[in-house]
Structure formats: structure tokens, C-alpha cells
Design a protein around this ligand. Structure first.
Ligand SMILES: [Mg+2]
Length: 424
């Protein structure tokens, strides 16, 4: 298998989050200060261009800030955390093979996705994050983490997507342009030591003999040289920690008592959850369904039902049918339903389904369902999500959140998020 990793890195993340609610600040100098407003923890490009370093103490730069009308914000981590979560969720939609590296950076293992043109793919993802969340990102694509990280840094100020393919002319010229200190794992602390040894560029570092790199910075140095040439040494760390449960929920566009609207929402959520389950090669033993009325209105009510499957399953059809059966039993005509949540939990990785003691499980039927799901996932991986889906999800689309119909104004998209306010 050829390894391909994409690093999705949000540009000036905290600043970009603040600009979501202040679109008038695009292109203007913006800075985010640490919680006690002491020092700079995020800078817009305009502020970087003024020569304000990371961590700059605010009092030292007060005059410069005032002269250039730098908009200052105190950090709003609740907001940043929420936006980060939305980005992670979007990325998980692309592939569950994700390692969330920090609040604004994630590695995606895209080796198994069917991608013809990686840079084109990167531009599509970048465009989607911008359109759906409003945050600009840089995407570095390469066979190793070290190269992907370098690539994302190099394309920050250009078009935001860069493929570094070892051996290519681009790879060589980009390594030659990069300071050794720009490499992940070297940074400003080790850079002076490298330069004292005559290693000034990333290219010179990559050209070190492995033994020499190991002398200079231990086994990590040897691994970095290998990574720069496309040999993977640093694995994706979250890949082997499969989740223990999957929750999907949706608030309806408007409160409803139409069963087919709610069933359609449940089917869509269940199909998404089952897809995620299958992509982690898991089977579920249990599912849960929760529907509720609007908790801000009088007479608030919620209903919860648990389903225990006769045998572990990852079959969307079986999960949807079971949830629909439960819903039919709890549905009440007089209620206005506001939200549905569904859960899958109690997972197993057993691919060998054992016939149960009483022979109630039709093993060949299970195997057929498994192959059917594999076929659906392959088609959807190739042609895009929902290319093939369950008819039950199509009964009605009116349950979808209203935001899809509104203009792309930031504030109306996330009316549930508190507005970020400039500190006065
Ligand atoms: Mg970043």
C-alpha cells in the first residue's frame, strides 16, 4: 500500500475564529491575546507582516497596535474549541482515519481513498471547510507526516494546497527553499546547532547520512531523514484506538409530528453511524434511540429506547429497521418532536459471526448483508457520500436544519454559538 497523509492546518486559527463573526475584519490586522490579555497567542498575516512575534507582550506593542489599528481580542477558548470540533467532524466524514494533533491541526490517512489527483482533492476539501465552516486551512499532502507538515507550512500564503512527492522536482526545490528550522522536530531550539554543523536547509538535512543525523540528534534525526525521503517512521497515533460508541443527532428544521419526517432523519443518522462503524471494522451489539420535544417549551418530554441486536451487526438496513420499529412504538400523535439522537454502542471487532446456540441467526444472510454494505461503501467512497443510500432516508428532507437554505452569513449559521465580542 502506498501511504498518503494529508495535514489539515487551520490558518491563524484563533484569529480566523474571531473573523467568523466579524467578517469586516478580513484583510485587517487582528490579534488574539492570552486570557489575561498579556501576550499574543494568534496573529493575522497583517500582524505578522508588522513584525509582531508570537508571544509578544501586549504592553510593549501598544503604540504599534494603536498606530496600525490592530483589532485585539481576548481568547475565547469556548468558541475555538467548538469550531475545532466542527472541523474534526467534517474531516471524520471524509475518513475516520484521522489523528487530531492539536486544536487546529489534524493528520488524515488518505491512503485508502480513491483519489486521482491529490492537489485537486486538497482544493476540494479546503473549499468545503471554507464554505461549511468558514475557516481557511492549508493542506499538505505527502507520504509521511514530516513532509506533510512541511508542505502545509509552505503553502500557507499561496493557494493552500501542496503535494510533496519524494523524488519530484517540487519536492527537491521546496526542501532547498526551506530553512532547517522549518522542519517539524527541529524548530528554533535545534536550528542553531544544525547550522553550526553546516546544515542550513531542509535539503541539506535530508541529504545527511543516516548515521550522521543520528549523531546530531539521536534516533529521531535518523527517522526524520527517512521521513523526508518518503519512508514512514511516525505512525498515525489515533488509528488503532477505535471508538467505543457512536452518537448522531439532529435538531429538526422545525418541530414536527409527521412520522415520516422523523423516520427519514433517523434513517439518515443511522446510515452515517453505520458507515463510520464499518470504516473502523466494528460491529455493534446495541443501539439507542432518543427523541424529544423542545426543551425550552412547556410540556417537555423525551423518550429513550434501547435495542439489543440478536448478533453483532454493521448492516445499515438492519439498524435502520430496528430503530424505526422502536420509533413506531414510542410515537405519539399529539407531540411536536424537536430532535432525534441515535447511538450505537457495545462494539466488537469480530468479523467471524458465530451461529448462536439456538440457530436463530441466518449466517449466510449476515454474510450477504456484509458484502452488500462493502459494495455501498466502495461506491460512496468513490463517487461521494450519499451517492447510494437507503430509500428510508429520502422519505422527507424537511427535517434538515434550516441553515442549508439561508445565506452564508456567519452569524445565522451558528446562532447557537455565543458571539465573540472584542474586549473593550
Ligand atoms: Mg495552524
Amino acid at each position: 500500500v502506498v501511504h498518503v497523509i494529508a495535514l489539515i492546518d487551520c490558518n491563524n486559527f484563533f484569529v480566523s475564529c474571531e473573523r467568523l463573526f466579524r467578517p469586516d475584519l478580513q484583510g485587517k490586522p487582528v490579534i488574539v491575546l492570552s486570557s489575561n490579555d498579556g501576550c499574543a497567542i494568534a496573529r493575522s498575516n497583517e500582524v505578522k507582516d508588522l513584525g509582531v512575534p508570537m508571544g509578544a507582550p501586549a504592553f510593549k506593542y501598544r503604540e504599534l497596535f494603536e498606530h496600525h489599528r490592530v483589532q485585539r481580542f481576548s481568547a475565547n477558548f469556548e468558541l475555538y474549541g467548538d469550531i475545532a470540533k466542527r472541523i474534526t467532524n467534517l474531516l471524520r466524514d471524509i475518513t475516520p482515519r484521522i489523528e487530531v494533533y492539536s486544536i487546529d491541526e489534524s493528520f488524515l490517512d488518505i491512503s485508502t481513498l480513491d483519489i486521482a489527483d491529490y492537489e485537486q482533492w486538497g482544493r476540494t476539501v479546503r473549499e468545503r471547510i471554507w464554505r461549511e465552516i468558514g475557516i481557511p486551512v492549508s493542506i499538505g499532502i505527502a507520504p509521511t507526516k514530516t513532509l506533510a507538515k512541511l508542505a502545509s507550512n509552505l503553502c500557507k500564503r499561496q493557494d493552500g494546497v501542496l503535494l510533496l512527492d519524494p523524488g519530484s522536482a517540487t519536492w527537491q526545490s521546496k526542501l532547498k527553499q526551506s530553512d532547517v528550522g522549518d522542519l517539524w522536530g527541529i524548530g528554533w531550539r535545534l536550528a542553531p546547532k544544525m547550522k553550526a554543523e553546516g546544515v542550513f536547509t531542509a535539503w541539506q538535512f535530508a541529504s545527511l547520512r543516516p548515521q550522521r543525523a543520528q549523531q546530531l540528534m539521536g534516533i529521531h534525526g535518523r527517522q526524520m531523514v527517512a521521513e523526508l525521503h518518503g519512508t514512514r517512521c511516525f505512525a498515525m497515533s489515533a488509528l488503532h484506538k477505535p471508538r467505543k460508541s457512536i452518537m448522531k443527532g439532529r435538531t429538526f428544521g422545525k418541530d414536527t409530528n409527521e412520522p415520516h419526517v422523523i423516520e427519514s432523519a433517523i434513517a439518515t443518522l443511522a446510515a452515517q453511524a453505520a458507515f463510520r462503524l464499518r470504516s473502523e471494522n466494528q460491529y455493534t451489539r446495541k443501539a439507542g434511540l432518543m427523541v424529544e420535544t423542545n426543551r425550552h417549551k412547556p410540556g417537555y418530554k423525551r423518550w429513550y429506547r434501547e435495542i439489543v441486536f440478536p448478533a453483532p451487526t454493521a448492516d445499515s438496513g438492519e439498524i435502520i429497521t430496528a430503530l424505526h420499529d422502536e420509533f413506531t412504538q414510542i410515537y405519539q400523535q399529539g407531540q411536536r418532536y424537536h430532535r432525534a439522537n441515535m447511538f450505537l454502542y457495545d462494539f466488537t471487532t469480530d468479523t467471524q459471526l458465530q451461529p448462536d446456540l439456538f440457530g436463530e441467526i441466518d449466517v449466510p444472510a449476515h454474510d450477504r448483508a456484509h458484502r452488500r454494505m462493502e459494495a455501498i461503501d466502495q461506491i460512496n467512497n468513490k463517487f461521494g457520500r450519499n451517492h447510494v443510500h437507503f430509500a428510508a432516508a429520502d422519505l422527507s428532507r424537511t427535517w434538515q436544519p434550516k441553515k442549508r437554505l439561508s445565506t452564508p452569513a456567519y452569524t445565522t449559521r451558528w446562532s447557537d454559538i455565543p458571539l465573540a465580542r472584542p474586549k473593550v
